[in-house]
Design a binder for this molecule. Structure first.
Ligand code: GLU
Ligand code: MG
Length: 432
């Protein structure tokens, strides 16, 4: 068989996977010196046009330097074309870091987290998506699971073959909605897997005559489609440090301080984690997405949910215990999503009195107890304004990256400004 061709991939500010291909024979040289790339790509919106105000114009050249550890081979049975895909950093021409590369942003956040807290992060992205082209069926039903055959088993095999470690594949609540989870890992692997998983799902759906959509909504009153980011912390010896059975919600002091950082910067964070013109229609109370800025035990309306543990079969709780950030969706870049969550959590851990420990709402807290929790931004416009006002969050980014991000997001808002809700949702769903 011929050597499969290669594709070297990055993920842009609109969360879209881009890159360049080369013949399989060039594999060795591409691994050594990468492929050419342009900074201007960061200034392109989800709808495909260059955002006015982008910091990157007609000049400048970069390299896409592949990370060998990320390589996957996409194939769909022996008769199909195979393609080796590698995830890359965008670097300067000499291979050194480029300050505006989203993957580099996460790598640096991971290193700083370790240096400043002495802790390591374990993470995973849980993805929901809608499979268009299947019959209607009941939420969570075996019927829906069977209707997705052979897509479901083929997806599990593909993800396993690609080393993405699938965990659960399930029919979800929303119309034609499914969910796929993968095993927790180090944070860079988790975000790389999220980048690749979305493309693998979309590609397999096309091959099976279906269409997969990761857009946050399909219709104004429909169920939301989210990405939930699960995070736990371990010490240098790999021992979990989030659980303390004697504290509210069983959340340790370091877990509480980590949460304080995320809650404190939540409004600005959502500008990175739920960044499409329709993302904030999903993030409302009574949608089981994230209905407010609060930390709660096992509550699917919380921005930060303390997840349950199970003792069935004698499992120990410490390694299962994790925090779930629920206000993300697949219009966001996974490297930036996880990077800002780590930076915010780290601010809480090292920030002392400036980050008081937050309330942990118990599972029993109802609407009366939760009525005063702060709201999430109502729109992407509001989230972008919150980002501009949050000096700490701003300081995490190179000014060119921040300016270009704001320009891209405002260009996307302008693109759909004249549309009604249903048309705006469709415009976003068409590109995600
Ligand atoms: N579909 C919900 C969302 O928009 C999540 C439901 C669940 O908890 O899995 O985030
Ligand atoms: Mg779900």
């Amino acid at each position: 068989m011929n050597t499969p061709d290669i594709f070297v991939a990055t993920c842009d500010l609109a969360g879209q996977v881009k890159g360049r291909g080369a013949p399989g024979e060039a594999y060795g040289s591409v691994l050594r010196s990468g492929l050419g790339w342009v900074p201007a790509n960061l200034g392109i919106s989800a709808f495909g046009s260059i955002a006015p105000g982008s910091a990157f114009g007609s000049t400048g050249d970069l390299r896409l330097m592949p990370d060998e550890a990320t390589e996957i081979t996409i194939s769909d049975g022996p008769a199909t074309t195979r393609l080796r895909v590698l995830v890359a950093d965008q670097t300067q021409a000499d291979g050194t870091d480029w300050d505006c590369c989203p993957r580099t942003f996460l790598r640096r956040a991971i290193n700083d987290f370790r240096e400043q807290t002495g802790l390591r992060v374990i993470a995973t992205f849980e993805h929901e998506f809608v499979l268009e082209g299947l019959p209607q069926s009941a939420p969570f039903s075996l019927r829906r699971h069977l209707d997705a055959d052979p897509f479901g088993p083929d997806l599990l095999r593909l993800l396993t073959d690609c080393g993405l470690a699938p965990e659960n594949w399930l029919p979800e609540y929303g119309a034609n909605q499914f969910e796929i989870t993968v095993e927790p890992s180090d944070p860079l692997t988790a975000a790389d897997r999220a980048v690749l998983l979305r493309e693998l799902v979309r590609d397999l759906a096309i091959r099976r005559g279906l269409r997969a959509s990761f857009a946050p909504l399909q219709e104004p009153n429909g169920t939301g489609t989210g990405v939930h980011v699960h995070i736990s912390l371990v010490d240098d010896g790999g021992n979990p440090v989030l659980l303390d059975a004697n504290r509210p919600g069983r959340l340790s002091e370091v877990g509480s301080r980590f949460s304080a950082g995320i809650l404190r910067h939540a409004e600005a964070l959502t500008a990175w984690t739920a960044p499409s013109p329709v993302s904030f229609m999903r993030l409302a109370p009574d949608r089981w997405s994230a209905g407010g800025i609060f930390l709660a035990e096992r509550n699917r309306e919380a921005l930060l949910r303390i997840c349950p543990t199970s003792s069935a079969g004698g499992s120990a709780p410490e390694r299962q215990f994790n925090l779930e950030y629920r206000a993300a969706d697949a219009t966001a870049n996974p490297w930036l999503t996880l990077g800002v969550l780590l930076r915010a959590g780290m601010s809480g851990i090292v920030g002392g009195d400036e980050y008081p420990e937050p309330d942990v709402f118990p599972e029993t807290a109802g609407p009366a107890e939760l009525k005063d929790v702060p709201r999430l931004p109502a729109t992407l416009q509001d989230a972008l304004l919150a980002l501009e006002k949050d000096q700490s969050v701003r300081s995490w980014f190179h000014p060119d990256l921040l300016a270009t991000y704001l320009a891209v997001k405002r260009h996307e808002l302008a693109h759909v400004a004249a549309l009604d809700d249903a048309a705006r949702i469709k415009a976003v769903s068409d590109v995600y």
